[in-house]
Design a protein. Structure first.
Length: 144
């Protein structure tokens, strides 16, 4: 899974990028579609020129929490998203398709509006148990 940004909408769109259509459709159909928009949380935890992306939500229908997480280098697109963030963003899904020496993104029409977006430092992240646990998982996967 990757993370991308699409700037040509009323609110910037944060894209979860998948490399398999089946995984993308399962992420939407079995998880994200059931999250109420006002209960979706996106956290960006910044550390030394990189950041950890943590997306999570809870659904009373699914009765469980799902978390999507990824460690990334801070790109110009991320910095632009952070500067342009105006209190809301759309969450969307895209499929990564290699093409010759390049690639294409197929952006799906699935969309959720997210208003709970926070940009945190490492010490701020300790106040959120899901973010703290997600960071432990990311650090563990880096060490293996």
């Amino acid at each position: 899974m990757g993370v991308g940004y699409h700037f040509y909408d009323v609110h910037t769109k944060v894209l979860l990028i998948f490399d398999e259509r089946k995984t993308l459709l399962n992420a939407w159909g079995k998880v994200i579609k059931w999250w109420p928009d006002d209960e979706i949380k996106i956290r960006f935890v910044e550390t030394n020129g990189s950041y950890e992306f943590v997306l999570y939500g809870e659904s009373r229908i699914l009765t469980t929490k799902w978390v999507f997480l990824k460690a990334l280098k801070a790109s110009e697109h991320y910095k632009r998203f952070k500067d342009d963030y105006d209190g809301a963003a759309y969450l969307g899904l895209a499929l990564y398709k290699p093409k010759d020496d390049s690639y294409e993104l197929e952006i799906f029409k699935y969309r959720k509006k997210v208003t709970d977006v926070q940009f945190l430092t490492g010490s701020d992240a300790e106040n959120d148990s899901i973010v703290l646990r997600s960071r432990e998982i990311l650090r563990g996967s880096k060490q293996e």
